[in-house]
Design a protein. Structure first.
Length: 135
């Protein structure tokens, strides 16, 4: 894991504020490691500049607290929400399109709310390359 850490992918201001223990299970930690090794680190290398993780792993309690989907890939350690350093919609759109055309393995690539952030996920051995736009 060259650019991203488990600590970075489990950090949450909501968890801190609400006293929620967001320590990943062993299975979630293995999925986070696969996410970083197969998708996030290679993406960062190809993108050429830092990316910001706004949400990674979320335990069930944290996922409920932030209003996440009940079966969210975040709860399994398979997903991360990213934004560019400039955090503009245009830059986040470029990131989405870059991931789409990169050939990197992803399960879901989601434009969240007109490129406020980009959701990416990786499922070892079962990546659908599904692209979605949430308005």
């Amino acid at each position: 894991m060259r650019y991203f850490t488990i600590q970075e992918l489990t950090a949450s201001q909501v968890a801190k504020r609400k006293g929620i223990d967001n320590t990943p299970t062993a299975q979630a930690k293995a999925c986070l490691t696969a996410l970083v090794s197969n998708l996030l680190d290679p993406l960062r290398e190809r993108w050429g500049s830092p990316l910001v993780v706004t949400s990674g792993y979320r335990c069930a309690k944290l996922n409920r607290a932030v209003g996440g989907a009940p079966r969210s890939q975040h709860t399994k350690g398979q997903a991360a929400d990213l934004r560019t350093m400039s955090d503009t919609r245009d830059a986040n759109r470029r990131l989405f399109n870059f991931i789409r055309s990169s050939g990197l393995p992803f399960d879901q690539l989601i434009d969240e709310y007109d490129y406020n952030w980009v959701h990416v996920s990786f499922v070892d051995g079962r990546n659908r390359r599904q692209e979605l736009h949430i308005k």
